[in-house]
Design a protein around this ligand. Structure first.
Ligand code: DX5
Ligand code: ZN
Length: 227
């Protein structure tokens, strides 16, 4: 297949932001060059934590033009994708482990005009996506167990990024590969070398003394690595 030019994207995760100052926090990362905003919805069932649903996403939609990368850590995601799309989600990523009908759901998400993403937990091999890859716009390799920010990066994710890139290059070159969990200045170059195109950063960005400088540095290192 022909080579496809994919740009590196940095996606700050609002999970680590201060919601009492959310407008300022979004402006901070937007003006520092964020490419996407990563929004983590958790239901207390798929993961042992709770965050927000479509109402909050719709309210945040009024604050920025950045594309919304909605990461659904919820069981039965098929029940909620319409609501997230109406709320302004540009990418809708559900978990492979959260539904028996990943194939149908990927096609449905595309049919409502969003980019269709599927994520895999650290315990799920990339090979489980063999029969889905043509229907995936964003393949999310989790590099921590989902549910919480601030956890250490699981090194095995680098092998999985290699495997994901191989599968993508062979079968669906337009698909982007995202990595989420424990990404920061210490490992962003290795994640990009392994195959990541979209880098999620929560605590590494919002928890930094200078979030804007950190984001710019992450972006510069990632782009220099990709070349
Ligand atoms: C975790 C979420 C992540 C989280 C990452 O389940 O999916 O998006 O915000 O946080 P950090 O970057 O702190 O690991
Ligand atoms: Zn996430």
């Amino acid at each position: 297949m022909n080579a496809v030019t994919r740009s590196i994207k940095i996606a700050p995760s609002l999970l680590a932001a201060d919601f009492a100052q959310i407008k300022d926090q979004i402006e901070l990362v937007e003006s520092a060059g964020a490419d996407l905003l990563h929004l983590d919805s958790m239901d207390g069932r798929f993961v042992p934590n709770l965050t927000w649903g479509p109402k909050i996403v719709a309210d945040l939609r009024k604050l920025t033009k950045l594309p919304f990368d909605c990461h659904l850590m919820i069981v039965e995601p098929e029940k909620y994708v319409d609501d997230f799309r109406k709320a302004g989600a540009d990418y809708i990523t559900f978990h492979y482990e959260a539904t028996p009908h990943a194939h149908r759901l990927l096609q449905y998400i595309r049919s409502i005009g969003a980019k269709a993403g599927v994520g895999i937990n650290p315990g799920t091999p990339v090979s489980m996506l063999q029969d889905l890859i043509e229907d995936i716009d964003l393949l999310l390799v989790m590099s921590v167990n989902p549910g919480f920010g601030g956890q250490p990066f699981i090194e095995r994710a680098l092998t999985k990024l290699h495997e994901a890139r191989k599968l993508r290059d062979e079968r669906n070159p337009n698909c982007e590969i995202e990595v989420d969990g424990g990404i920061g200045l210490a490992n962003i170059e290795r994640a990009v070398s392994a195959g990541a195109d979209v880098l999620v950063g929560g605590s590494s960005i919002f928890g930094a003394a200078d979030p804007q400088a950190t984001l710019r540095d992450m972006r510069a290192r990632a782009r220099a690595t990709r070349g």
